[in-house]
Design a protein around this ligand. Structure first.
Ligand SMILES: Cc1cc2nc3c(=O)[nH]c(=O)nc-3n(C[C@H](O)[C@H](O)[C@H](O)COP(=O)(O)OP(=O)(O)OC[C@H]3O[C@@H](n4cnc5c(N)ncnc54)[C@H](O)[C@@H]3O)c2cc1C
Length: 530
């Protein structure tokens, strides 16, 4: 195969000729048709994610996704079989020793590799893992039990994440030729029935250090990385499933009449087709975005989780809508929609449940948002700790009267020092003191919404309806600290808050806390500034 386009064309032919016609049979017989696996091997698809130096094709993440997508449209089990293999190849490529890569990539070109984390007592949270490895004379002895492994019993080589200490996890490669290795129970899963999901039992398996992936203690990181590499491929599977469903829905709606009207001409069907098509397209976009980021060497964890999280829910819905379009026939096991629902449903659980996705995606989104508790305020009795900070941030620019100069207000977002006035500082004397201090420091004055009026214009407003600021030093004067204010000012390097109420919420997100009036603070400040 000379290039990835030709490879994808060959995959499409395989899907059309050797997979799609057997879709229902695969589900019913719970196995792949005889000879299909060998055709997949012959086409080089097991080598797709193996690096070139180990005689692999080393295709891009995008192409791997498209291979999985094409095959999953024909039958989801076949797509998932490769998804499980590709993520395992990725971990071997990233973390394997030279000896392990040489040995297991040669093996992986002909046989499936698996990745196993789940145990009978622990899935989402590995802290209760019972499998363990102990070091003896520079080698490792592994014991334990891994369950629900995609391709488990079909795969011949497994990366296993086991404990190497009470809170320490490490990944080792074991293979079916090793003494002490055996297969256990194969799950009777309701979907993805074409491939086994089975158990690996490890009884005193001995491996050398070359069989460790990464370093000792790197197990959770590698397991998470395997998730990232699997989840976007699941998005590819879920796209394929929805393409399959959409084909059925469209063709059925174009032929079936209710009375004299074709289903396709009824608005209720049009709604369903629109929903399926949009779900399918959004799933495709997000898995391909994750692949694009991965290929560009950029972080892709979040998009990969989204592909699985959004895609699995979307696919279950799309297949259910397809079933509904087909009415009673849709509810029959003689047609695909019911098994498509069962297939798609697996991906709300495998590679981390939806609930875990919500936590991981939300955590990724929250990573750059300051939380109030991130800052521990120190009590400020004199101004010694903050004077050097003000000195360093001070500019020579003189402050003009903000009331008559909107251009100054426009410079608020760029200010190095901001004096922010709230209700507690809304007195003529305090305002006058604040202006003097601002002039000495080359600072800008910002205000909360109640102060916009005769003294301050809208251009000086801070908060969700005003400016977002990130000065070196922010001094909050008489400000309560409501989230709609702090969410736009919390990027300040140092936050000093002044309030007469010792329990004011504003202190929670501050570095310095001055309990007292804004006037007293400003008088002290002007005194020290000289
Ligand atoms: C088709 C399929 C293929 C699979 N392939 C593999 C594989 O190749 N390798 C492998 O190692 N495993 C595999 N698994 C196992 C899968 O990863 C686990 O089933 C999954 O991680 C959930 O673990 P669990 O089943 O132990 O459920 P539990 O962890 O016991 O969770 C039970 C329920 O509690 C919820 N829950 C748990 N903890 C929290 C929390 N902190 N916050 C909110 N909710 C929580 C879960 O979301 C879930 O709804 C596969 C599973 C399936 C169905």
């Amino acid at each position: 195969m000379t290039n990835e386009t030709e490879l994808l064309q060959a995959v499409q032919q395989l899907a059309d000729k050797d997979v799609a016609p057997f879709d229902l049979q695969i589900d019913r017989q719970a196995k792949l048709p005889n000879g299909l696996f060998q055709k997949i091997v012959d086409l080089g698809l097991l080598k797709a994610k193996i690096p070139k130096e180990y005689d692999g094709l080393d295709v891009s993440a995008m192409t791997a996704g498209k291979i999985v997508n094409i095959l999953a449209k024909a039958n989801a089990s076949v797509g998932v079989m490769l998804e499980g293999h590709y993520k395992s190849c990725d971990q071997l490529a990233k973390y394997g020793t030279e000896a392990a890569k040489k040995r297991y990539f040669a093996w992986g070109a002909q046989a499936i590799l698996g990745f196993s984390n789940t145990e009978p007592e622990s899935g989402s949270d590995p802290s209760k893992h019972q499998s363990y490895a102990v070091e003896k004379d520079g080698r490792w002895i592994i014991n334990g039990d891994k369950v629900m492994i995609t391709n488990g019993t079909l795969a011949q080589v497994y990366s296993v994440n086991v404990k190497t200490g009470p809170d320490e996890y490490s990944v080792f490669i074991v293979d079916k030729g090793m003494p002490g290795f055996s297969f256990g129970y194969v799950e009777k899963f309701i979907g993805l029935r074409g491939i086994p999901c089975g158990e690996v039992v490890m009884d005193q398996i001995e491996v050398g250090p070359e069989n460790m992936l990464g370093k000792r203690g790197q197990g959770l990181e590698i397991a998470n990385n395997a998730h990232d590499d699997a989840r976007y491929l699941m998005g590819a599977v879920l796209t394929g499933i929805q393409e399959h469903a959409l084909d059925i829905a469209k063709n059925y709606a174009a032929k079936r009449k209710s009375g004299n009207t074709l289903l396709k001409d009824m608005q209720v069907t049009q709604y369903k087709i629109t929903k399926i098509a949009t779900n399918k397209e959004l799933t495709r976009l997000v898995y391909q975005e994750a692949a694009r980021l991965k290929d560009a060497g950029l972080p892709y964890m979040e998009q990969s989780a989204m592909a699985k999280c959004f895609g699995s829910k979307a696919a279950v819905e799309s297949c259910d809508l397809t079933l509904q379009i087909m009415g009673g026939y849709g509810y029959s096991a003689e047609f695909a929609p019911e098994h498509l629902i069962r297939d798609a449903r697996a991906m709300e659980i495998a590679e981390g449940t939806l609930e875990k996705m919500y936590t991981e995606i939300s955590n990724a989104e929250m990573a750059d948002v300051a939380v109030a508790a991130d800052r521990q305020p120190a009590d400020l009795t004199d101004l010694d700790p903050i004077l050097p900070l003000l000195e360093a941030a001070k500019t020579t620019k003189s402050t003009v009267d903000a009331v008559t100069s909107p251009s100054q207000a426009a410079s608020l977002p760029k200010a190095k020092i901001v004096l922010a006035l709230g209700r507690g500082a809304n007195k003529p004397e305090t305002i006058a003191l604040a202006k003097q201090a601002a002039e000495k420091l080359g600072a800008e004055i910002g205000v909360t919404r109640p102060l916009v009026g005769p003294n301050f214009n809208r251009g000086q407003q801070l908060g969700v309806n005003g400016h977002k600021i990130k000065p070196d030093v922010l001094i909050n004067l008489g400000i309560a600290g409501a989230p709609q204010y702090t969410m736009t000012t919390d990027k300040a390097k140092t936050i000093v808050s002044v309030n007469t109420n010792p329990n004011a919420i504003v202190f929670e997100g501050s570095d310095y806390r001055y309990v007292g009036s804004a006037e007293d603070f400003l008088k002290q400040l002007l005194n020290r500034l000289g």
